[in-house]
Design a protein around this ligand. Sequence first.
Ligand code: HEC
Length: 123
Amino acid sequence: MKLHAVHLPLLPLGRLGMAAAMLISVAAWAQTPAGDAAAGRQKNSMCVGCHGIDGYKTAFPEVYNVPKIGGQHPAYIVKALQAYKSGDRNHPSMKGIAATLSDKDMADLAAYYGAGPGKVASK
Ligand code: HEC
């Protein structure tokens, strides 16, 4: 009989623990921000000089070998930016730029570029 008195209060606690664990995993998932293409468009002013979206190349000061990012898969863009930021990828200009971007900036930019020309109202 005494055992029941001990077990019953534990049952709701167990459920609470489950609920808390689920909440934590939802919160962790939410930390990967959803990209907002419209916001990304506001943030791409420092990218267009090199990654001009029209024709996917830059013409100034000379034709520069810059990879095409417009139309690239958003998850790939975020991964690439994170790799420049962390130093896994080593390119001086992209490293410097990625270092200034938050996860949200990266997601927004990825959503903007990943949408490709045409899917976001073009300027
Ligand atoms: C100074 C010119 C310059 C600017 C400004 C610039 N990039 Fe880059 N970016 C490059 C070059 C050059 C590479 C190729 C680097 C390499 O070989 O790793 C590159 C690579 C990338 C890649 C990887 C592409 C791939 O296919 O691997 C992504 C993604 C990217 N840039 C996104 C951005 C974003 C977003 C911005 C603006 C926040 C930006 N870049 C601003 C020059 C630039």
